[in-house]
Ligand binder design. Structure first.
Ligand SMILES: Cc1cc2nc3c(=O)[nH]c(=O)nc-3n(C[C@H](O)[C@H](O)[C@H](O)COP(=O)(O)O)c2cc1C
Length: 362
């Protein structure tokens, strides 16, 4: 079966976005069981634990699901660079009463080792953000029976994934919450809205396209399908779901947020990501271009963000959320997916009635 056929055979063409730090395996299972496709984030999972994580979902649903890795580059910064980066964070650590962390031994899990583990785990779908696999890596996943999906923010990135043999692309628009996966051009050149991105990617590559970014309810799902996407991927829409691991501070910040409350920031992780604007985002803005690249800055701010979370201080936490996050609803993830699909069907019917041929006016 082609990946396009698999998406078209889903009872509900809604993919729950893999969201490191926000998604539990229970959520991925619930969405797949409800007829959509769950997404298991594995970025923070060690190579040794990847098989158990994938098998844990597989044991609880016979329906397809995706497992996701972030392609972190193996950066080895100099001590002097780390000292400078930590000095920029000193006042923030002091504010929390924490000592500055020592130079870490590593900044993220080794991607190559995670990929080997993912090959052994052979999830139904393997998805990737932040870069592009080689053809040999894609072929190896195909050999174990996994479909391969790459996240793209531009047409050029979609072509790059098509050239290495991917089965589909996830077109992540500028609206999206969390990290933006762009890897060929800078953030400005890679800031394309979901509507423009899906339509232009569809024209450029002969692959099924999954639309992501700003899709929060059935109207958004219907719009994505109307554009020609094979499925809609929703992330922020699940941040208040019962199975989310976002926790009370993050969830309250979403509820308290005013309109237009998200910004793109590089300050937390060294890679542009969209979240609710808070004091850290505001006050680091002037120097955000100076911080070391992902995953280095991400690792250096980790103890700060964790401590802020523990002490209930949303101003120093990375509150990832998309532009339309105020439309997020609470409830069991499976019920949300089924509700959005009913809404999408109603939207399509209303639209069909509205666009039905009418006698020409004379
Ligand atoms: C809290 C959060 C965490 C995310 N983590 C990941 C991740 O681990 N891997 C990934 O490929 N995308 C991640 N994303 C991006 C989503 O896959 C998706 O592109 C985005 O949520 C879509 O936009 P929306 O939030 O407007 O629905 C994350 C997004 C959020 C909001």
């Amino acid at each position: 079966m082609s990946f396009k056929a698999l998406l078209e055979a889903l009872p509900i063409p809604i993919l729950q976005a893999p969201m490191a730090g926000a998604v539990s395996d229970a959520m991925a299972v619930a969405v797949s069981q409800a007829g959509g496709m769950g997404g298991l984030p594995l970025a923070g999972v060690s190579p040794d634990e990847i098989a158990a994580a994938v098998d844990g979902v597989r044991a609880r649903t016979a329906a397809p699901f995706a497992a996701n890795l972030l392609m972190a580059p193996p950066l080895r910064p100099q001590a002097v660079e780390l000292d400078a980066a930590l000095a920029r964070l000193a006042t923030w650590y002091a504010e929390l009463g924490l000592p500055l962390p020592d130079h870490p031994n590593r900044f993220s899990h080794d991607f190559e080792a995670q990929l080997d583990a993912l090959n052994r785990a052979a999830p139904p779908v393997a998805s990737f953000s932040f870069s592009v696999l080689t053809r040999a890596q894609v072929d190896a996943l195909h050999e174990v029976g996994s479909y391969v999906v790459g996240s793209v923010n531009t047409v050029a990135e979609a072509i790059a994934w098509a050239e290495v043999g991917a089965d589909g692309v996830c077109a992540q628009g500028f609206e999206a919450g969390g990290h933006h996966g762009h890897f060929l051009a800078d953030i400005e050149a890679s800031s394309v809205g979901t509507m423009a991105l899906v339509a232009t990617v569809l024209k450029a590559v002969d692959l099924p396209v999954i639309a992501a970014g700003g899709i929060m309810d059935g109207r958004g799902v219907a719009a994505a399908l109307a554009l020609g996407a094979s499925a809609a991927q929703m992330g922020s829409a699940f941040l208040l779901a019962d199975e989310a691991t976002t926790g009370p501070i993050w969830q309250q910040a979403i509820r308290d947020a005013g309109p237009d409350a998200t910004r793109l920031t590089r300050a937390f992780s060294g890679r542009y990501a969209r979240g609710l604007e808070n004091r850290f985002v505001r006050e680091m803005r002037a120097i955000q271009d100076e911080v070391p690249a992902y995953p280095v800055q991400n690792r250096l701010t980790q103890p700060m963000r964790a401590a802020a979370g523990k002490s209930g201080d949303p101003e120093l936490m990375s509150l990832w959320a998309g532009q339309a996050v105020k439309l997020a609803q609470s409830g069991p993830a499976g019920e949300l997916v089924q509700r959005w699909w009913r809404e999408a069907q109603e939207t399509a019917q209303a639209l069909a009635a509205r666009t039905a041929a009418r006698p020409a006016k004379t």
